[in-house]
Design a protein around this ligand. Structure first.
Ligand SMILES: [Zn+2]
Length: 400
């Protein structure tokens, strides 16, 4: 058992870094460790709704082009109130086959393996730069990556920004070079309230929201028929933009005309498409609705779409040096489309081609009693060291 890896993973899991909370303590810890291992650490500090948030970059090696970024997010999804937990989410626990704790698969163990690899790297032998980029707020729309990537050249100082990134999201070490984007928005229907006994004096927002749902649903069915032959292989389950109703809220009491109803909608656009095309089309169709309710011919409700929140899709080029190295080390032969969005879309915007591949298991991410296979826990540091050795030409110190 590697005691340093165990210690770092245990500490990382013990910090409650649910996205709504500050990650400052966890980042201070990571920063101190990486600094000890000879990395130059730069922090990007922000305050989001009064909560301190930090993105961390740590680099080592010469100021040469051709470096590599290894990246992961420090935040986790919530666990409070999530049914099914039989263990302490903030305590790393190990049994014969698995290692448990919130974030073990998604994706604190990978970060701990990065730190463990940093401890064992002979930093002075790096021929090309190695950058660790640890982000905040991935789970709430890749917001940390959105903040840090434009600032990355400055954080890296003299080191030219690498063009390749490896993001260790949980994939059971499958390699993914693409994923869909995510677009989220809320539709608000505003009617006219009043007593339920006089419906003609008001407009019921819930009734009009029914028409909204019908309209969005018909569009969803159209999208479903728009299969993309080009993406059939990458997204075999749905080579089209999938749409989802995520929530609905409206009305106050049985004897009142509902004044307001909100519907949360999201969809996942394919790479290479304009991610906002569907949003604009829906806005057009919703404005064309007859916004009267069935019991009141005189008044109309208003239908408003919130500004869309966009997580960009990813489509990295194939046959990069990083792909070759990951395939060789992990004995993989294919790369596909990930069934989830990542910071990679933000990397792509900054001109960095990223691959998604990590030791955790996708089916464990966000689950109660989240865990990672013990073998993947123990062997991950070696995988990182091999990748760094081949990509950045660094030697490895004797195992402590
Ligand atoms: Zn993740």
């Amino acid at each position: 058992m590697n005691s340093y890896l165990h210690e770092v993973a245990g500490r990382l899991v013990s910090f409650d870094t649910v996205s709504s909370k500050s990650n400052a303590e966890a980042m201070a810890y990571l920063s101190a460790q990486l600094n000890d291992h000879g990395f130059r650490v730069s922090l990007q500090r922000s305050e989001i709704a009064g909560v301190p948030k930090i993105n961390l970059s740590a680099c080592a090696g010469p100021a040469e082009p051709g470096g590599l970024i290894i990246s992961g997010h420090v935040d986790t999804v919530p666990f409070t109130g999530q049914p099914g937990w039989t263990r302490d989410p903030l305590r790393l626990e190990i049994d014969d086959s698995r290692v448990y704790g919130r974030g073990t698969s998604d994706m604190k163990v990978f970060l701990a393996q990065c730190v463990d690899a940093a401890a064992r790297l002979e930093v002075a032998t790096l021929k090309r730069p190695l950058v660790f980029l640890f982000t905040a707020d991935e789970e709430i729309g890749c917001l940390g990556a959105e903040r840090v990537l434009p600032a990355l050249p400055e954080l890296l100082g003299a080191i030219p920004q690498p063009r390749l990134a490896w993001i260790g999201e949980p994939t059971s070490y499958q390699v993914f070079h693409a994923h869909k984007g995510v677009v989220l928005f809320t539709i608000t229907v505003r009617g006219l309230g009043g007593h339920s006994s006089v419906p003609e004096q008001g407009v019921n927002a819930i009734a009009v929201a029914g028409k909204v749902i019908e309209t969005v649903g018909r569009y969803q069915a159209e999208l479903r028929s728009q299969h993309s032959a080009a993406f059939a292989e990458l997204f075999p389950e749905s080579s089209y933009a999938t749409l989802n109703f995520g929530g609905i809220r409206g009305g106050t009491a049985a004897n009142m005309i509902a004044e307001e109803c909100t519907v949360q909608v999201s969809y996942r656009p394919l790479p290479q498409a304009d991610p906002l095309e569907a949003y604009r089309e829906l806005a057009r169709r919703l404005q064309a609705i007859d916004a009267r309710d069935y019991g009141s011919p005189h008044h109309r409700a208003t239908i408003e779409l919130s500004d869309p929140f966009v997580v960009p899709p990813l489509l990295s080029p194939r046959e990069t040096p990083l792909e070759g190295v990951l395939f060789a080390i992990l004995q993989r032969h294919t790369s596909g489309g990930a069934p989830f969005a990542t910071d990679g879309g933000q990397f792509a915007r900054a001109g960095i081609a990223s691959l998604i591949c990590g030791p955790g298991d996708l089916e464990q991410a966000h689950q109660p009693d989240e865990s990672i296979r013990r073998e993947a826990f123990e062997n991950g540091t070696e995988v990182i060291l091999s990748v760094v050795n081949r990509m950045c030409g660094a030697g490895t110190l004797e195992k402590k």
